[in-house]
Structures are given as C-alpha cells and as structure tokens.
Design a protein around this ligand. Structure first.
Ligand code: X2X
Length: 346
C-alpha cells in the first residue's frame, strides 16, 4: 500500500514536471531557427558592428535559443532602404537596426532628426534620444507597429563633393547631390541652391564613380569605410547639419512569440549594443584633435571647417525649410526637442 502510494506520488510529480517542461517547450517550439536582421551597412561600418554585437549578445545570453543572422545591404528588400519599415511591419524582416532617415517616409515624426541644424553637438543628440523626446518617438514607433528597444547612431552627416571646396550656399549652386529617404532632404538642398537627387545607397556608389552625381552627405565613418575618396569625393565640408540616430527594433509578432525572460534579454542586449555602437560611431571625432579628420586629410581630401558666421549662412538659407517641416513633423514634438536641446548639459 505504502509502495503504491509512493509510486502514485512519483507519477504525479513526474506528470507535473512534464507539464512544466512542455509549456516551456511549447513556447520555444514557436521560435524560429533563425531570425533575420536587416541593416543598410555591414560590419565594416559602426552600424553593422552594432548589429553584430546585438546578435552575439542575444545568442550568448539566450544560450542559442535566439539565433540572429545579419542581412546588410538591406538585401531582404533588394536594397531599397526606404521600404525597410513597411517590411518590418509586414514580417518580411524580423528585426532591424535602422536609420531614422530610412523610416521617415512611413513615420513622419522621425524627420525630426533630419531637421537642418537642429542638433548643434552630440550633447544635443543625446538630449533627444535619451530623454522625453526619445520616449515619445518610441511610443510613436510602437503604435506604428514595431517594438523599439534601443538607440544607436549613424552620425553627423558631413557634405562631400568632387568639384570644389564648399564654404557658402553659393558654392553649392548647381552641384548634383545624392540624398536619401525623406523629401525633407530634397527641400533642404533645393533651398541651398543645389540640385538634389534621391537614390539608395546601393545606387549612389556607382553614381559617384561614374560622375553622374557630384556629391553626397554621410557620416565620416562611412566616408572612410566606403573609401569615397576613391570615387572622386575630394572635398568635405564639416557643417554638422544633421545626425541620424539608429534604432534597434523587433517585429511585433516575433516579439510576442518570445517568453518574458527572453524579451528582457533581447531588450537589454539591444541597449548594451546601442551604447557600444554609439562609441564606435563617434570614434575619431570626439577625442582632442579629431584624429579621424587627420586620417581623411591624409587620403588627399580637403577638409573644410566653417567659421560660426559661415555656418550661420547655411542655417539662414535652410530656415524656411525648417519652419515648413516643423508643422509636418508636429510643432509640439519639435518645440519639445528645441527645449530639450536648449536645456542640455554640455
Ligand atoms: O544611405 C545612406 O546615406 C545611409 C547609409 O547613411 C543611410 O542608410 C541613411
């Protein structure tokens, strides 16, 4: 009798253990063997390095339950970076590290970061992304159908061209400049008297090489890694007019398929990777003497620094564009951003 009771108890315990196991197993059986992470740039660039760090941390901390493969060159959407956000929402892409510029056609608030001369320095960028404005942008993204987890950075987009040194808006006159993403960029460069043309990053590089376009704007980490000096981009103007943050996101259905514990891991890994990525993105630009500029000068490129008065001329020329887009983006959000920047710790 005692024996029977014991074996019955054993059976109950075994059944309970089985039950517990199968609910975990069930949750995990909905896991994919591999998740697809979209990025414009690969691991030669800070952007791709950030994605790799995120994927590695997730794999390690989930003990391989969540495996992420990188798809640089936005290859899941045939290189068309302005379609990335829609593809994320639709589940063509499981997760991404994406630029605010590329998602701004679908999420107008993201144009905030492309407002000409809104953010004068890194402290201003941080005041937005790490503050209330950043939270509001994340809420907007969540409502738009993705789960935003952390901020990274592409960086200050400096101007380069093959034709001449640019110190004034007049120097830009007639230059054919490749721009990306939002119509805001077309407005900005048109206001400066340039001839902007919109194309993907994939199409841009052959266009520089053939001389079909004269110039472009991108962070200097991209300039060096993509070797733009080899495609005639011999003049750089340090004007710091725009800096695009990166955002680490996951598709909503994928997110909901993960256990609460795994969600925590993926979020924390994104935050850790974002911090590291921002450091990598600013390397050479925040140290005394800005060593990256010396490196670029060494490549035979003329790097032009603007005096405050010279910079002001660009600010003035683009002010009507700023005012027009303030309404499009939402005057309330832009005003909050202006206040956060004014109150920043330098
Ligand atoms: O296309 C660009 O210029 C790039 C690589 O910076 C972005 O994806 C926004």
């Amino acid at each position: 009798m005692l024996k029977l009771r014991r074996s019955l108890l054993g059976l109950v315990a075994a059944a309970a253990a089985l039950g517990a196991m199968s609910s975990t197993a069930m949750a995990q059986s909905s896991y994919k063997s591999e998740y697809r992470m979209s990025l414009v740039l690969g691991t030669a660039f800070p952007w791709g390095k950030g994605g790799q760090i995120w994927a590695d941390l997730v794999k390690e901390r989930t003990k391989g339950r969540i495996n992420i493969k990188l798809y640089p060159g936005v290859s899941l959407i045939q290189g068309d970076q302005t379609r990335e956000f829609s593809a994320l929402r639709q589940g063509v892409i499981d997760m991404a590290v994406g630029s605010t510029i590329n998602w701004s056609p679908q999420v107008k608030q993201l144009n905030l970061f492309s407002m000409p001369f809104l953010m004068p320095d890194y402290a201003a960028v941080d005041a937005l992304t790490q503050g209330e404005v950043g939270d509001r942008v994340f809420t907007t993204l969540y409502k738009a159908g993705v789960v935003p987890l952390a901020w990274g950075e592409n960086g200050y987009r400096e101007l380069s061209n093959s034709k001449r040194v640019v110190r004034t808006p007049a120097d830009l006159k007639g230059l054919k400049i490749r721009v990306v993403g939002s119509p805001l960029f077309l407005d900005t460069f048109t206001a400066l008297g340039a001839n902007p043309t919109q194309m993907s990053w994939a199409d841009a590089q052959p266009a520089f090489a053939s001389g079909a376009v004269d110039g472009q704007e991108n962070p200097l980490s991209i300039f060096t890694a993509a070797k733009l000096h080899n495609v005639s981009q011999k003049n750089i103007t340090m004007w710091g007019y725009v800096a695009d943050p990166l955002i680490f996101v996951v598709n909503k259905e994928i997110w909901n398929s993960w256990t609460p514990a795994d969600k925590v891991i993926v979020r924390e890994a994104a935050i850790d990777a974002g911090k590291q990525e921002i450091e990598i993105a600013r390397k050479g630009l925040v140290e005394p003497g800005q060593p990256l500029l010396k490196e670029i000068t060494g490549l035979g490129v003329t790097v032009t620094q603007l005096s405050p008065a010279e910079r002001d001329a660009f600010v003035a020329a683009t002010r009507p564009v700023y005012n027009k887009w303030k309404t499009t983006i939402g005057a309330d959000l832009v005003t909050s951003a202006e206040k956060a920047i004014a109150a920043r710790k330098k």
